[in-house]
Design a protein around this ligand. Sequence first.
Ligand code: NAD
Ligand code: MG
Length: 399
Amino acid sequence: MAVGRVVPPSDVRSLTVLGATGSVGRSTLDLVSHHSDGFAIEALTAQSNVAALAELARQHRAKVAVIGDESLRGELEERLAGTGIACAAGAEALVEAAVRPVDCVMAAIVGAAGLKPTFAAARQGRRVALANKECLVSAGEVFMQTVHDAGTDLVPVDSEHSAAFQAIAGTDPDSIERIVLTASGGPFRTASREVLANATPEQASKHPNWSMGPKITIDSATLMNKGLELIEAFHLFPVRADQLAVVVHPQSIVHCLVEFTDGSVLAQLANPDMRTPIALSLAWPRRMHAPTQRLDLVQIGTLSFEEPDEDRFPALRLAREALLLGGTAGAVLNAANELAVDGFLARRIRFLEIAALVEDVLTQAERTGLVREAANLADVLAADEAARAMARGLLKRYG
Ligand code: NAD
Ligand code: MG
Protein backbone atom coordinates (compact mmCIF):
# COMPACT_ATOMS: atom_id res chain seq x y z
CA MET A 1 0.00 0.00 0.00
CA ALA A 2 1.33 3.46 -0.84
CA VAL A 3 2.54 5.51 2.08
CA GLY A 4 1.44 9.13 2.00
CA ARG A 5 3.71 12.11 2.17
CA VAL A 6 4.65 12.69 5.76
CA VAL A 7 3.81 16.36 5.95
CA PRO A 8 1.46 17.88 8.46
CA PRO A 9 -1.76 17.07 6.61
CA SER A 10 -3.92 19.54 8.45
CA ASP A 11 -4.22 21.69 11.51
CA VAL A 12 -5.42 18.59 13.30
CA ARG A 13 -2.39 17.24 15.14
CA SER A 14 -3.96 15.56 18.14
CA LEU A 15 -6.86 13.18 17.88
CA THR A 16 -9.20 11.21 20.12
CA VAL A 17 -11.14 8.32 18.60
CA LEU A 18 -14.42 7.38 20.28
CA GLY A 19 -15.35 3.90 19.09
CA ALA A 20 -11.77 3.07 18.06
CA THR A 21 -12.36 -0.67 17.64
CA GLY A 22 -15.25 -0.25 15.20
CA SER A 23 -15.25 -0.05 11.44
CA VAL A 24 -14.91 3.76 11.26
CA GLY A 25 -12.54 3.82 14.26
CA ARG A 26 -10.18 1.32 12.68
CA SER A 27 -10.31 3.05 9.30
CA THR A 28 -9.41 6.30 11.06
CA LEU A 29 -6.44 4.72 12.80
CA ASP A 30 -5.34 3.00 9.61
CA LEU A 31 -5.33 6.35 7.85
CA VAL A 32 -3.45 7.96 10.72
CA SER A 33 -0.81 5.20 10.59
CA HIS A 34 0.00 6.32 7.06
CA HIS A 35 0.83 9.77 8.44
CA SER A 36 2.86 8.64 11.40
CA ASP A 37 4.39 12.06 12.06
CA GLY A 38 1.13 13.86 11.49
CA PHE A 39 -1.03 12.96 14.48
CA ALA A 40 -0.69 12.33 18.19
CA ILE A 41 -3.35 10.00 19.59
CA GLU A 42 -4.79 11.23 22.85
CA ALA A 43 -7.58 8.82 23.85
CA LEU A 44 -9.03 5.66 22.30
CA THR A 45 -12.31 4.15 23.51
CA ALA A 46 -14.29 0.94 23.03
CA GLN A 47 -17.23 -0.71 24.74
CA SER A 48 -16.18 -4.33 25.27
CA ASN A 49 -13.45 -5.45 22.87
CA VAL A 50 -10.69 -4.98 25.42
CA ALA A 51 -8.04 -6.97 23.52
CA ALA A 52 -8.47 -4.88 20.37
CA LEU A 53 -8.53 -1.64 22.35
CA ALA A 54 -5.30 -2.49 24.17
CA GLU A 55 -3.63 -3.50 20.92
CA LEU A 56 -4.66 -0.27 19.16
CA ALA A 57 -3.60 1.84 22.15
CA ARG A 58 -0.13 0.26 22.11
CA GLN A 59 0.21 0.48 18.35
CA HIS A 60 -0.76 4.17 18.22
CA ARG A 61 0.91 5.14 21.52
CA ALA A 62 -2.32 6.56 22.89
CA LYS A 63 -2.12 8.50 26.14
CA VAL A 64 -5.35 6.99 27.45
CA ALA A 65 -7.44 3.89 26.74
CA VAL A 66 -11.04 3.77 27.94
CA ILE A 67 -13.30 0.72 28.04
CA GLY A 68 -17.04 1.38 28.45
CA ASP A 69 -17.75 -1.90 30.23
CA GLU A 70 -16.62 -1.34 33.85
CA SER A 71 -16.09 -5.04 34.47
CA LEU A 72 -13.22 -5.03 31.97
CA ARG A 73 -11.15 -2.39 33.77
CA GLY A 74 -8.81 -4.97 35.35
CA GLU A 75 -8.19 -6.74 32.07
CA LEU A 76 -7.43 -3.45 30.29
CA GLU A 77 -4.96 -2.49 33.03
CA GLU A 78 -3.28 -5.89 32.79
CA ARG A 79 -2.96 -5.71 29.04
CA LEU A 80 -1.45 -2.22 29.17
CA ALA A 81 0.77 -2.74 32.23
CA GLY A 82 4.19 -1.16 31.80
CA THR A 83 3.25 0.84 28.70
CA GLY A 84 2.60 4.14 30.47
CA ILE A 85 -0.84 4.29 28.83
CA ALA A 86 -3.45 5.41 31.36
CA CYS A 87 -6.57 3.23 31.67
CA ALA A 88 -10.13 4.13 32.59
CA ALA A 89 -13.50 2.38 32.49
CA GLY A 90 -17.22 3.10 32.56
CA ALA A 91 -19.73 5.39 30.89
CA GLU A 92 -18.49 8.49 32.74
CA ALA A 93 -14.91 7.78 31.64
CA LEU A 94 -16.08 7.76 27.99
CA VAL A 95 -17.38 11.30 28.48
CA GLU A 96 -14.13 12.32 30.19
CA ALA A 97 -12.17 10.91 27.24
CA ALA A 98 -14.29 13.02 24.89
CA VAL A 99 -13.40 16.29 26.64
CA ARG A 100 -9.63 15.84 26.86
CA PRO A 101 -7.96 18.72 25.02
CA VAL A 102 -7.34 17.73 21.41
CA ASP A 103 -7.66 19.30 17.98
CA CYS A 104 -10.26 16.78 16.84
CA VAL A 105 -12.54 14.11 18.23
CA MET A 106 -13.58 11.36 15.82
CA ALA A 107 -17.07 10.48 17.05
CA ALA A 108 -17.46 6.87 15.87
CA ILE A 109 -19.48 5.13 18.59
CA VAL A 110 -22.46 3.30 17.11
CA GLY A 111 -25.99 4.11 18.24
CA ALA A 112 -27.58 6.36 20.82
CA ALA A 113 -24.78 5.24 23.18
CA GLY A 114 -22.68 7.82 21.34
CA LEU A 115 -24.88 10.78 22.29
CA LYS A 116 -23.38 11.75 25.67
CA PRO A 117 -19.70 11.50 24.67
CA THR A 118 -20.30 13.20 21.31
CA PHE A 119 -22.27 16.04 22.90
CA ALA A 120 -19.46 16.42 25.43
CA ALA A 121 -16.93 16.64 22.61
CA ALA A 122 -19.08 19.17 20.75
CA ARG A 123 -19.28 21.42 23.82
CA GLN A 124 -15.49 21.84 23.73
CA GLY A 125 -15.72 24.06 20.65
CA ARG A 126 -12.99 22.29 18.69
CA ARG A 127 -13.34 19.98 15.68
CA VAL A 128 -15.73 17.07 15.79
CA ALA A 129 -15.49 14.60 12.91
CA LEU A 130 -19.00 13.20 13.09
CA ALA A 131 -19.59 9.58 12.11
CA ASN A 132 -22.14 8.83 14.86
CA LYS A 133 -25.31 9.63 12.94
CA GLU A 134 -27.55 9.17 15.96
CA CYS A 135 -26.59 12.61 17.33
CA LEU A 136 -28.29 14.15 14.32
CA VAL A 137 -31.12 11.62 13.98
CA SER A 138 -32.14 11.51 17.65
CA ALA A 139 -31.12 14.96 18.75
CA GLY A 140 -30.65 17.00 15.57
CA GLU A 141 -31.92 20.38 16.75
CA VAL A 142 -30.36 20.17 20.18
CA PHE A 143 -27.07 18.90 18.77
CA MET A 144 -26.80 21.62 16.12
CA GLN A 145 -27.65 24.24 18.74
CA THR A 146 -24.83 22.88 20.92
CA VAL A 147 -22.44 22.98 17.97
CA HIS A 148 -23.51 26.53 17.18
CA ASP A 149 -23.25 27.79 20.78
CA ALA A 150 -19.79 26.28 21.30
CA GLY A 151 -18.48 27.39 17.88
CA THR A 152 -17.62 23.76 17.13
CA ASP A 153 -16.03 22.94 13.82
CA LEU A 154 -18.30 20.09 12.72
CA VAL A 155 -17.25 18.01 9.71
CA PRO A 156 -19.48 15.12 8.65
CA VAL A 157 -17.92 11.70 8.07
CA ASP A 158 -20.89 9.83 6.64
CA SER A 159 -19.89 9.59 2.97
CA GLU A 160 -23.05 11.18 1.53
CA HIS A 161 -22.81 14.14 3.88
CA SER A 162 -19.10 14.50 3.32
CA ALA A 163 -19.93 14.69 -0.40
CA ALA A 164 -22.65 17.31 0.09
CA PHE A 165 -20.42 19.27 2.49
CA GLN A 166 -17.76 19.54 -0.22
CA ALA A 167 -20.25 20.41 -2.97
CA ILE A 168 -21.88 23.13 -0.88
CA ALA A 169 -18.74 24.65 0.67
CA GLY A 170 -18.62 28.38 0.13
CA THR A 171 -21.98 28.53 -1.68
CA ASP A 172 -24.83 30.87 -0.90
CA PRO A 173 -27.45 28.64 0.85
CA ASP A 174 -30.24 30.19 -1.25
CA SER A 175 -28.63 28.79 -4.39
CA ILE A 176 -29.19 25.19 -3.29
CA GLU A 177 -32.29 23.66 -4.87
CA ARG A 178 -31.99 20.04 -3.89
CA ILE A 179 -29.68 17.56 -2.22
CA VAL A 180 -29.91 14.04 -3.60
CA LEU A 181 -28.44 11.30 -1.43
CA THR A 182 -27.43 8.11 -3.22
CA ALA A 183 -28.20 4.66 -1.80
CA SER A 184 -26.59 1.43 -2.96
CA GLY A 185 -29.91 -0.37 -2.54
CA GLY A 186 -28.20 -2.93 -0.32
CA PRO A 187 -28.16 -6.70 -0.82
CA PHE A 188 -31.94 -6.88 -1.49
CA ARG A 189 -32.20 -4.13 -4.12
CA THR A 190 -33.87 -6.43 -6.65
CA ALA A 191 -35.37 -8.93 -4.18
CA SER A 192 -39.10 -9.73 -4.20
CA ARG A 193 -41.25 -9.22 -1.10
CA GLU A 194 -41.23 -12.97 -0.63
CA VAL A 195 -37.43 -13.07 -0.56
CA LEU A 196 -37.42 -10.10 1.84
CA ALA A 197 -39.90 -11.88 4.11
CA ASN A 198 -37.50 -14.81 4.51
CA ALA A 199 -34.22 -12.88 4.51
CA THR A 200 -31.73 -14.13 7.11
CA PRO A 201 -29.25 -12.05 9.16
CA GLU A 202 -26.43 -13.64 7.12
CA GLN A 203 -27.97 -12.49 3.82
CA ALA A 204 -28.76 -9.03 5.17
CA SER A 205 -25.20 -8.68 6.49
CA LYS A 206 -23.64 -8.95 3.01
CA HIS A 207 -23.39 -5.41 1.75
CA PRO A 208 -22.55 -5.32 -1.97
CA ASN A 209 -20.08 -2.38 -1.82
CA TRP A 210 -19.23 -1.15 1.67
CA SER A 211 -17.55 -2.88 4.59
CA MET A 212 -19.15 -1.47 7.76
CA GLY A 213 -20.23 -2.38 11.30
CA PRO A 214 -23.12 -4.84 11.79
CA LYS A 215 -25.84 -2.31 12.74
CA ILE A 216 -25.39 0.05 9.78
CA THR A 217 -25.08 -2.94 7.44
CA ILE A 218 -28.57 -4.14 8.41
CA ASP A 219 -29.82 -0.54 8.12
CA SER A 220 -28.46 -0.49 4.57
CA ALA A 221 -30.44 -3.64 3.76
CA THR A 222 -33.73 -2.13 5.02
CA LEU A 223 -32.84 1.33 3.57
CA MET A 224 -33.35 2.72 7.09
CA ASN A 225 -29.77 3.93 6.79
CA LYS A 226 -30.81 6.21 3.94
CA GLY A 227 -33.78 7.38 5.98
CA LEU A 228 -31.48 8.21 8.88
CA GLU A 229 -29.25 10.05 6.42
CA LEU A 230 -32.17 12.19 5.19
CA ILE A 231 -32.61 13.35 8.80
CA GLU A 232 -28.86 13.91 9.16
CA ALA A 233 -28.80 16.01 5.98
CA PHE A 234 -31.78 18.08 7.14
CA HIS A 235 -29.91 19.15 10.28
CA LEU A 236 -26.50 19.61 8.65
CA PHE A 237 -27.44 21.64 5.60
CA PRO A 238 -29.56 24.75 4.98
CA VAL A 239 -32.46 22.98 3.23
CA ARG A 240 -36.10 22.12 3.90
CA ALA A 241 -37.26 18.50 4.09
CA ASP A 242 -38.84 18.77 0.63
CA GLN A 243 -35.44 19.68 -0.85
CA LEU A 244 -34.01 16.29 0.12
CA ALA A 245 -34.25 13.26 -2.16
CA VAL A 246 -32.86 9.74 -2.45
CA VAL A 247 -31.82 7.94 -5.60
CA VAL A 248 -30.62 4.33 -5.78
CA HIS A 249 -27.16 4.04 -7.34
CA PRO A 250 -25.98 0.43 -7.15
CA GLN A 251 -22.28 1.14 -7.84
CA SER A 252 -21.81 3.46 -4.78
CA ILE A 253 -19.41 5.70 -6.69
CA VAL A 254 -21.41 8.96 -6.68
CA HIS A 255 -22.06 9.70 -3.00
CA CYS A 256 -24.33 12.72 -3.24
CA LEU A 257 -25.55 15.27 -5.78
CA VAL A 258 -26.28 18.89 -5.02
CA GLU A 259 -28.47 20.77 -7.48
CA PHE A 260 -28.17 24.55 -7.72
CA THR A 261 -30.54 27.26 -8.96
CA ASP A 262 -28.52 27.77 -12.16
CA GLY A 263 -29.05 24.15 -13.22
CA SER A 264 -25.58 22.98 -12.15
CA VAL A 265 -25.34 19.68 -10.33
CA LEU A 266 -22.20 19.01 -8.28
CA ALA A 267 -21.49 15.41 -7.37
CA GLN A 268 -18.65 13.88 -5.41
CA LEU A 269 -17.25 10.58 -6.68
CA ALA A 270 -14.91 8.11 -5.02
CA ASN A 271 -14.54 4.40 -4.53
CA PRO A 272 -16.57 3.24 -1.53
CA ASP A 273 -13.86 3.44 1.15
CA MET A 274 -14.51 5.36 4.37
CA ARG A 275 -10.89 6.48 4.52
CA THR A 276 -11.75 9.13 1.90
CA PRO A 277 -14.44 10.97 3.93
CA ILE A 278 -12.44 10.36 7.13
CA ALA A 279 -9.39 12.00 5.52
CA LEU A 280 -11.53 14.97 4.56
CA SER A 281 -12.88 15.29 8.11
CA LEU A 282 -9.35 15.46 9.52
CA ALA A 283 -7.72 17.64 6.89
CA TRP A 284 -10.48 20.05 5.84
CA PRO A 285 -10.14 22.68 4.41
CA ARG A 286 -6.99 21.01 3.18
CA ARG A 287 -6.67 17.52 1.78
CA MET A 288 -4.49 14.66 2.92
CA HIS A 289 -3.33 11.51 1.22
CA ALA A 290 -5.56 8.48 1.72
CA PRO A 291 -4.22 5.10 0.60
CA THR A 292 -7.39 4.10 -1.24
CA GLN A 293 -7.79 2.45 -4.60
CA ARG A 294 -8.09 5.21 -7.20
CA LEU A 295 -11.29 5.60 -9.13
CA ASP A 296 -11.20 4.15 -12.65
CA LEU A 297 -14.40 5.18 -14.39
CA VAL A 298 -13.50 3.40 -17.62
CA GLN A 299 -13.14 0.14 -15.73
CA ILE A 300 -16.44 0.73 -13.92
CA GLY A 301 -18.04 1.59 -17.27
CA THR A 302 -21.59 2.31 -16.15
CA LEU A 303 -23.08 4.41 -13.41
CA SER A 304 -26.80 3.76 -13.05
CA PHE A 305 -29.59 5.36 -11.06
CA GLU A 306 -33.06 4.15 -10.02
CA GLU A 307 -36.04 5.35 -8.04
CA PRO A 308 -36.16 3.80 -4.53
CA ASP A 309 -39.08 1.41 -3.94
CA GLU A 310 -40.80 2.59 -0.77
CA ASP A 311 -43.28 -0.30 -0.86
CA ARG A 312 -40.58 -2.91 -0.41
CA PHE A 313 -38.49 -0.59 1.77
CA PRO A 314 -40.93 1.34 4.00
CA ALA A 315 -38.14 2.49 6.33
CA LEU A 316 -37.49 5.43 4.00
CA ARG A 317 -41.09 6.64 4.37
CA LEU A 318 -40.96 6.18 8.17
CA ALA A 319 -37.81 8.29 8.45
CA ARG A 320 -39.44 11.02 6.38
CA GLU A 321 -42.45 10.93 8.69
CA ALA A 322 -40.20 11.26 11.74
CA LEU A 323 -38.38 14.15 10.09
CA LEU A 324 -41.64 15.97 9.44
CA LEU A 325 -42.91 15.32 12.98
CA GLY A 326 -39.70 16.75 14.44
CA GLY A 327 -39.03 17.08 18.20
CA THR A 328 -38.42 13.68 19.79
CA ALA A 329 -39.70 11.72 16.74
CA GLY A 330 -36.15 11.11 15.49
CA ALA A 331 -35.12 9.70 18.87
CA VAL A 332 -38.18 7.44 18.87
CA LEU A 333 -37.49 6.24 15.32
CA ASN A 334 -33.84 5.56 16.08
CA ALA A 335 -34.44 3.79 19.40
CA ALA A 336 -37.15 1.57 17.90
CA ASN A 337 -34.89 0.76 14.96
CA GLU A 338 -31.89 -0.08 17.19
CA LEU A 339 -34.06 -2.48 19.14
CA ALA A 340 -35.61 -3.96 15.99
CA VAL A 341 -32.20 -4.54 14.37
CA ASP A 342 -30.97 -6.27 17.55
CA GLY A 343 -34.14 -8.39 17.49
CA PHE A 344 -33.55 -9.33 13.86
CA LEU A 345 -29.89 -10.22 14.45
CA ALA A 346 -30.97 -12.34 17.44
CA ARG A 347 -33.57 -14.02 15.13
CA ARG A 348 -36.47 -12.87 17.29
CA ILE A 349 -38.15 -10.97 14.45
CA ARG A 350 -38.08 -11.28 10.68
CA PHE A 351 -36.57 -8.86 8.20
CA LEU A 352 -39.82 -7.10 7.21
CA GLU A 353 -40.79 -6.83 10.86
CA ILE A 354 -37.93 -4.39 11.48
CA ALA A 355 -39.78 -1.59 9.69
CA ALA A 356 -43.15 -2.87 10.97
CA LEU A 357 -41.99 -2.60 14.58
CA VAL A 358 -40.53 0.87 13.99
CA GLU A 359 -43.85 1.97 12.46
CA ASP A 360 -45.81 0.54 15.42
CA VAL A 361 -43.60 2.34 17.92
CA LEU A 362 -43.77 5.62 16.01
CA THR A 363 -47.57 5.41 15.83
CA GLN A 364 -47.92 4.56 19.51
CA ALA A 365 -45.43 7.27 20.49
CA GLU A 366 -47.42 9.85 18.56
CA ARG A 367 -50.69 8.70 20.08
CA THR A 368 -49.36 8.73 23.65
CA GLY A 369 -47.61 12.10 23.45
CA LEU A 370 -44.07 10.72 23.46
CA VAL A 371 -43.47 12.67 20.26
CA ARG A 372 -43.03 16.20 21.55
CA GLU A 373 -40.58 19.09 21.61
CA ALA A 374 -37.04 18.31 22.81
CA ALA A 375 -35.45 21.23 24.61
CA ASN A 376 -32.22 19.53 25.63
CA LEU A 377 -30.24 16.29 25.63
CA ALA A 378 -32.09 15.04 28.74
CA ASP A 379 -35.42 15.26 26.85
CA VAL A 380 -33.91 13.28 23.99
CA LEU A 381 -32.46 10.59 26.26
CA ALA A 382 -35.80 10.27 28.08
CA ALA A 383 -37.63 9.81 24.76
CA ASP A 384 -35.01 7.29 23.66
CA GLU A 385 -35.53 5.26 26.83
CA ALA A 386 -39.34 5.43 26.67
CA ALA A 387 -39.33 4.38 23.01
CA ARG A 388 -37.10 1.38 23.82
CA ALA A 389 -39.53 0.30 26.56
CA MET A 390 -42.41 0.71 24.10
CA ALA A 391 -40.55 -1.29 21.45
CA ARG A 392 -39.77 -4.09 23.94
CA GLY A 393 -43.47 -4.32 24.79
CA LEU A 394 -44.55 -4.39 21.14
CA LEU A 395 -41.79 -6.86 20.20
CA LYS A 396 -43.58 -9.55 22.19
CA ARG A 397 -46.34 -9.55 19.56
CA TYR A 398 -43.87 -10.44 16.83
CA GLY A 399 -41.92 -13.54 15.84
P1 NAD B 1 -19.06 -0.55 14.70
O1 NAD B 1 -20.13 -1.41 15.28
O2 NAD B 1 -18.10 -1.18 13.75
O3 NAD B 1 -18.20 0.10 15.89
C1 NAD B 1 -18.81 0.75 16.94
C2 NAD B 1 -17.81 1.27 17.96
O4 NAD B 1 -18.58 1.82 19.03
C3 NAD B 1 -16.92 0.19 18.58
O5 NAD B 1 -15.65 0.72 18.85
C4 NAD B 1 -17.62 -0.15 19.89
O6 NAD B 1 -16.74 -0.58 20.91
C5 NAD B 1 -18.24 1.18 20.27
N1 NAD B 1 -19.47 1.00 21.04
C6 NAD B 1 -20.49 0.16 20.77
N2 NAD B 1 -21.44 0.25 21.71
C7 NAD B 1 -21.01 1.17 22.61
C8 NAD B 1 -21.53 1.69 23.83
N3 NAD B 1 -22.69 1.25 24.32
N4 NAD B 1 -20.81 2.62 24.47
C9 NAD B 1 -19.63 3.04 23.99
N5 NAD B 1 -19.07 2.59 22.85
C10 NAD B 1 -19.75 1.67 22.17
O7 NAD B 1 -19.77 0.70 14.04
P2 NAD B 1 -19.34 1.54 12.75
O8 NAD B 1 -19.86 0.86 11.54
O9 NAD B 1 -17.90 1.92 12.83
O10 NAD B 1 -20.24 2.85 12.91
C11 NAD B 1 -19.95 3.86 13.85
C12 NAD B 1 -20.88 5.05 13.59
O11 NAD B 1 -20.55 5.60 12.32
C13 NAD B 1 -22.37 4.67 13.50
O12 NAD B 1 -23.14 5.71 14.03
C14 NAD B 1 -22.61 4.54 12.01
O13 NAD B 1 -23.94 4.78 11.65
C15 NAD B 1 -21.69 5.61 11.47
N6 NAD B 1 -21.23 5.37 10.10
C16 NAD B 1 -20.50 4.27 9.82
C17 NAD B 1 -20.08 4.04 8.52
C18 NAD B 1 -19.22 2.83 8.17
O14 NAD B 1 -18.75 2.75 7.07
N7 NAD B 1 -19.02 1.88 9.07
C19 NAD B 1 -20.42 4.95 7.51
C20 NAD B 1 -21.16 6.07 7.84
C21 NAD B 1 -21.56 6.28 9.15
MG1 MG C 1 -23.68 6.84 4.50
